[in-house]
Design a protein around this ligand. Sequence first.
Ligand code: 5GP
Ligand code: ZN
Length: 115
Amino acid sequence: MTDCIFCKIAAGEIPSQLVYEDQSVVAFKDLSPKAPVHVLIVPKKHIKNIAQFQDEDKDLAAHIFVDVVPKLVDKLGVADNGFRIVINTGNNGGQTVPHLHVHLLGGRKMTWPPG
Ligand code: 5GP
Ligand code: ZN
């Protein structure tokens, strides 16, 4: 999508602090981190949010959660102490960038419930 900031980051047109990349996904540090570790896992394909997943996205969804998350939490050193995965969705969900992204937060004790 031409006017999407995460499409541009995924395409390398806007710089980011990349921590992971493969054929279908990038992960980069959040510009405004809410924890010592705060990375966004972003599919290269423009999907607005998790409610817009299609049948054709099953492999991508599995790839993110089965392959990428375990690899990243190991690499970032948060696997043992724990971490939080967040997918803000739509207006009430607090989504501000309309391109699906998975927040990976760690490095501190999280509180519950979230605000
Ligand atoms: P949301 O509120 O949509 O769940 O999360 C969007 C996240 O993207 C926010 O945590 C925000 O700090 C981050 N963000 C917004 N613009 C940029 C950017 O240009 N670069 C990076 N690295 N993060 C961004
Ligand atoms: Zn996009």
